[in-house]
Ligand binder design. Structure first.
Ligand code: TRP
Length: 332
């Protein structure tokens, strides 16, 4: 029999189309991890309404994100790809875990502080308990490893603390999850301010590349990318803009900085920017083609969602029942 593989769980919010940074830094890695791990990937739509959403837009975004995961290479047969709101047990476990999470702990979450500063008109309780729901996502599936960006590390540590606290009271219920922060994936910065990370919520549309941007748009955005007054394509301290473009070029072509420096020796930034744009468009083209193919078949997508939700429900059922019994609920 196949030896039991370690479990991976990760989630992504469906708000906004993923950027090139999300793809190269995270999603492409989700695809690769499937070879080695038992992977569960969740479209975290429950999390999304902590910020006010337009219902029609949210629905559209969930279809889009889910379809994109498949288009990028997440295999819905081999792995579990599902929409969070379609497995009711996330909300149920979240309630129980919230009773094992301290007000003080949640108050210290930097993302809560940032988000409440950004939306002072809507500091809702869901925004505050967001990390508890995330802990439920992870602990329901007994995940060993959780691939996340550095910005989610604090939430992951909290998940671990909650799991430990629960286990200390009730025995071994939860696997203690570990953050899996890959060091070899590219960290992509904004094209307009290369000291900032490329973000899908950036107000300046030229700052980020969406994985669904068409070829001309991609090339135009790279042409406008902020660089410095030097003109040699070389990786050096202080040349954040060029360094970022070289990182992108390397990530999409597999070339090292050295190879790129040689390739563009004696050539200017203009030529280099065009090459980065073209290489990026080439890299995204097959994903976009597959996305177009899949999204024309809504029935198939909904079937995958349904199967995914069933698989997710089944693999998390035992955890929730165990938790309910442990706290003293009657499970019939
Ligand atoms: N909060 C994560 C983010 O915004 C998304 C997320 C939701 C997640 N649930 C998760 C990530 C569970 C990892 C595990 O990036």
């Amino acid at each position: 029999m196949e030896k039991e593989r370690k479990k991976i769980l990760s989630g992504i919010q469906p708000t906004n189309t993923p950027t090139l940074g999300n793809y190269l830094g995270a999603l492409d890695n989700w695809v690769k991890l499937q070879q080695e791990y038992d992977c569960t990937y969740c479209i975290a739509d429950l999390h999304s309404i902590t910020v006010r959403q337009d219902p029609q837009q949210l629905r559209k975004q969930v279809y889009e994100s889910y379809t994109l995961l498949l288009a990028m290479g997440v295999d819905p047969e081999h792995s579990t790809a599902f929409v969070q709101s379609q497995n009711c047990q996330h909300a149920e476990l979240s309630w129980v875990l919230s009773c094992f999470t301290q007000f003080g702990e949640l108050s210290r979450m930097t993302q809560f502080k940032d988000k409440s500063a950004k939306h002072p008109e809507n500091i809702n309780a869901g925004l505050f308990t967001y990390p508890v729901l995330m802990a439920a996502d992870i602990l329901l599936y007994q995940a060993d490893l959780v691939p996340v960006g550095i910005d989610q590390k604090q939430h992951l540590e909290l998940s671990r603390d909650i799991a430990m606290r629960f286990n200390n009271i009730y025995g071994d219920v939860f696997t203690l999850p570990e953050a899996y922060i890959p060091t070899d994936t590219a960290k992509i910065a904004s094209l307009q301010d290369p000291t900032k990370k490329m973000s899908k919520s950036d107000e300046n549309p030229n700052a980020s590349i969406s994985v669904l941007d068409d070829r001309d748009t991609i090339i135009r955005k790279f042409k406008r990318a902020v660089t410095d007054s030097d003109s040699h394509v070389r990786y050096a301290p202080g040349k954040d803009g060029i360094n970022n473009l070289m990182t992108i070029y390397g990530a999409v072509t597999g070339k090292t900085y050295e190879q790129t420096e040689k390739e563009f020796d004696g050539k200017g930034y203009g030529e280099f920017k065009l090459a980065v744009g073209e290489a990026t468009a080439d890299r995204l083209a097959p994903i976009q083609a597959e996305y177009a193919r899949l999204s024309a078949d809504k029935k198939y997508i909904e079937e995958c969602m349904k199967n995914g939700a069933e698989k997710a429900f089944k693999s998390s059922r035992r955890t929730l029942q165990k938790v309910y019994k442990k706290v003293g609920y009657i499970v019939l």
